[in-house]
Design a protein around this ligand. Sequence first.
Ligand code: ADP
Ligand code: MG
Length: 831
Amino acid sequence: METNTNASLSQIISTLLKPLKFASKDNFIHLAALKKVEGLVQGLCRKALALPLSDKEAIKIKELQSVFENFDSLIIGEKKEKIMKAFDVIKAISNQQPAVRVLGESRKLNAECYSLNEIKTRLAKLSTPLKDIKGIGPKLAEVFKKKGLETVEDILYFLPIRYEDRRQIKKIAQLRLGTREVASGEIMALGEVFYGRRKVFEMTIGDGSGYLRLKWFHYRLPLMKKRYAVGRRLVVYGEINTFGGYKEIIHPDVEILEQEDVLDSINFKTIAPVYSQVGNLHQKTLRKIIRKIVEEYVCCATGAVPSYMLKRYGLMELPSAVTEIHKPNSELPTPNSELSKDWLPRKSLVFDELFCLEMGLALKKGSMGKESGIAFKVGADLKPVPMVENLRKMLPFKLTSAQERVIAEIKRDMAIPHPMNRLIQGDVGSGKTVVAFIASLIAIENNYQVAIMAPTEILAEQHYLNIHRYADGLGIRIALLTSSLSKSERKVILDGMKNGVINLAIGTHALIQEDVDFKRLGLAIIDEQHRFGVVQRAMLKKKGTNPDILVMTATPIPRTLAMTVFGDLAISVIDELPPGRRPIITKVFREKDREQVYKIIKTELAKGRQAYIVYPLIEESEELELKNATHMAGHLQQDIFPEYKIELLHGRMKAEEKEKIMKKFKEQEIYILVSTTVIEVGIDVSNATVMVIEHAERFGLSQLHQLRGRVGRGGHDSYCFLLAGNIGSLDSYQRLKVMENTNDGFKIAEEDLKIRGPGDFLGTRQAGLPDFRVVNLLTDAFLLQKAREEAFNIIKIDPDLSMTKHATVKEVVKVRWKGRTKFATMEDFII
Ligand code: ADP
Ligand code: MG
């Protein structure tokens, strides 16, 4: 007989089936939302076992218990499998049908295998535009768009900036000084108050336990009056201080409560996420919208990381991680503070993003390795190439061992029948040009043509002039192609490139114009590659049939960043300067010490040396920059250095004009070159020993380092003076001081990266990378190495991701890379 206290087996089973059926609905789309199942199932099973059961029933119930062991800690794929198993077990002892609808093959499959169609459907759903979401019209969608949020996926990845612990809002009397806290209360009084001559908007709220003052030093009165009124209830957040015996928060975050807000569990009685401001939306509205989207679409979030890897690193599946982030269930590591980088849900998202990036790079690198290319004869057993040997004889110096090493690496690449993709990193003055020239000669010796592309005309011209010196002696024909050529000059060169008469073409972007053709381009070299994007790299490459590619940069890129930005390139580093170079004496000066700078310039000029004075590019105003430089050039000539010839060089000048001035400077007809940043890269005048940089605080350190590299190219002591214009903060002064202490470009780049972040540093877009949604390269670098290893390992065993267990990865990588980079060239490697 059944009693009322003991439920029957069938009742127990139907209770058990409820969450399981829910989870399995729509092909397990709700599985991510299923929490704390284990306890429930175990409890029910124990209850069942207390009943008088048949042997078979008892065995099956025990089997159920073991199926659900550790269930809560499993990843979604495993949970799915377990639930399927549970249904089978239940079927054996009950006539209640689980009624699961499972698509296609997925029933028999394990963790990895959602069917491809299912993955595609999910991924497609993620790109649903916000304007198509019920409750978000075109107007609201526009507001989100301004914040860069356009799709459902954007919202899922829109991480809160912090959380407020509102599970139990403290009484005002209990708020602790010096900590950030959440409080709530009713407005008792408000208005403008004067503290001396300072106007402050002040409000007092009370909750029966005490009073809390809220203060604003910056506000708009009409707005404040409109928003707040005595009697309104608020939730406020901020650091609790004390002033004149009152607890106070200065510039608190405020949410206004409506009557019905009390019971709402999105904003209260919970750990509430706080998002970065979107338009004028209230946090409450924002939370509501985000919550709705997360609930509906989180099941579509599909991670790239295979589940065996998630397990290895103890990471969460993407849907659970996203849910947790927007709706934290568990204890936050530090409530009432910013998102911690180590918090598991965030870390899971970060790893997924990094892995996806590295996977794309690994695929790209892998597919390039398979491409057929030119196998240059570099001399049997790497023996000398005649033209190269001739050059060596002509050079007025011996190559450094770093240069030799890099040349050997290049030769190895050139010899194999796949295209070379190599980056040469070398500090300013490390001698990259001659290395590139030697690579060129190998290609030319093999009857191929070479293109060298530089970012500015001056730099292209300089390469041209440098190489021109040796061209006749080596019996090669070279040409300079820039946009400032006349039509007929241009035609002659284009013809020469097309019919193969020209062996080496040096130029700017002009080289990648549509009407430019090579007869047999075998090697494409790109100088100062960070100035170009992947698009241009690809365009130059297309001028030949899978030519070898060599890119060079003097911007030392910290290792972590290089791995991401140039993940598809092999990297060579020229880590040695030619002998005899002396460190450049660098000093930061404040405006008031300008005279000292002039004095040293005078001393140097008297010795026959020359100087550069550079003006920064002033944001938004090329006009102003020019004006400053022009004005200064005049002033210096008339008032400071009347006996030395000064000229002005700026970006608006015609190329010939620029070249004329540069030539005059090189030939020492000009002593001081006042310039805008056009001289930034590669200019080589060895008699120049002073580099003065005005408004140095406006430059990145790496850029300063580049500029500094323009001097110290002869055997003389050289100087770099950084004039700090309006240094507001001590910080930016300290930052400049780094330049005084080191000449090491890599160290400087690391500093730069710390201060400015990678986007600013290189422009990730420019580099052809997808923008990161959650990754912060500075703090998440430790995960990058792991993600990279894993990705490259996968490609080693499964080069085109054809294994079933990599079906998801393949699809996710494809969609994410495609969706996030606008570059057609990215398609090339997507398989
Ligand atoms: P960067 O790496 O900044 O492009 P360059 O290739 O312009 O440097 O070289 C800087 C200067 O050093 C040039 O004048 C070049 O002729 C010279 N140079 C290059 N290699 C050596 C070497 N091994 N020994 C002495 N001088 C060298
Ligand atoms: Mg160079």
